[in-house]
Write a protein that binds this ligand. Structure first.
Ligand code: DAH
Length: 332
């Protein structure tokens, strides 16, 4: 084979090889290596051109032309493939980094306050805003704190087995938060202003408005010169902050530990609903604590948290508050 034919066939071989290699290159780096190996100073095309010395004057431009044509072709192939490789890489990245917004979340869900607790906290907050301090007492009480010290006589129906859960050793589950009044006054001389939230227990059958376990907030204020107008003013200010403009009424009532006593109703869904009991602390209670009723007077109140919660959230059945149904609780 003549040198001329040899160089021409070498260029043809090179063309076929290069086209195949370029088409198979998978990334930018591989293409750059190919470019250097084909078109670089010491690349395969340059090698062919370097060996043109053996050719005749006529043959040389022919091989030169062929080689230049090949250079342009290879350059085009390389550029084309480079574009393709780049757009493929982008596509792959988009697939890898895409976010499936329908995928279930993996985070741990946050809990929140039970509506009864948040209601109790709101009541306590409002009294704290009026200068009251939080106090608490035990849920297991003695007969003395739950009844006797509160001027509740031996034969009072509240002491009945029907109403009270009795434990061994003269202990019982407190039937109201009022014993906190006595415990606090034993330790702290007046003036006092306290608000005492807590759980209480009664032997009630469960229905839409009763539960054997429920929640109260006790309020007590003892000072010099307190009278019923202070009680009424405090209760009205509190109810207005809590309920807004719901109608309120005071009804004369009876509690052994207050005199006079009242029950307070708010009008809800066209009916009067009792939400708290209150009154002026009975002098017999103060005497029992060694406080002079001629000097000290005050008022107390006991609020039913469930009622406040039901009105606030438009809940019509107390049982919903205790069944721990998340579909219900998640609404608050
Ligand atoms: N302890 C009463 C009850 O559970 C509620 C109550 C009424 C509390 C009048 C008071 C009060 O402090 O003054 O039914």
């Amino acid at each position: 084979m003549s040198s001329f034919d040899q160089l021409i066939s070498e260029l043809e071989l090179l063309e076929a090889d290069a086209a195949k290699d370029i088409a198979e290159a998978i990334d930018v780096e591989a293409l750059e290596n190919l470019r250097v190996g084909l078109l670089g100073k010491k690349g395969r095309v340059s090698l062919v051109l370097a060996s043109m010395g053996k050719l005749s004057g006529e043959e040389r431009p022919k091989v030169g032309q062929r080689a230049n044509l090949l250079k342009r072709q290879l350059q085009e192939l390389l550029t084309e493939r480079l574009d393709k490789v780049k757009s493929l890489a982008l596509k792959n990245r988009l697939v890898e980094e895409s976010i499936d917004i329908t995928y279930p979340p993996s985070g741990v869900p946050f809990g929140h306050r039970h509506p009864l607790i948040s209601t109790s906290e709101k009541i306590v907050d409002l009294f704290c805003g009026l200068g009251y301090q939080v106090s608490e007492g035990p849920e297991i009480e003695t007969d003395y704190y739950n009844f006797s010290a509160l001027n509740i006589p031996e034969d009072h129906p509240a002491r009945d087995m029907q109403d009270t859960f009795y434990l061994r050793n003269n202990l019982l589950l407190r039937t109201h938060t009022s014993p906190v009044q006595i415990r606090y006054l034993e330790e702290n001389p007046p003036p006092v202003r306290i608000v005492a939230p807590g759980r209480v227990y009664r032997r009630d059958a469960v229905d839409a408005t009763h539960s054997p376990v429920f929640h109260q907030v006790e309020v007590l204020s003892i000072d010099e010169g307190l009278d019923f107008s202070h009680l009424r003013g405090t209760v009205m200010a509190f109810l207005k902050s809590f309920f807004g403009d719901l109608p309120v009424r005071f009804r004369a009532s009876y509690f052994p530990f207050t005199e006079p006593s009242a029950e307070v109703d708010v009008k809800w869904r066209g009916r009067w609903l009792e939400v708290m009991g209150c009154g002026m602390v009975d002098p017999a209670v103060l005497n029992g604590l060694g406080l002079d009723p001629e000097r000290w007077s005050g008022f107390a109140a006991g609020l039913g948290v469930e009622r406040f919660c039901m009105v606030r959230h438009e809940i019509d059945d107390i049982r919903r508050l205790y069944t721990s149904d998340l579909r219900f609780l998640e609404q608050f």
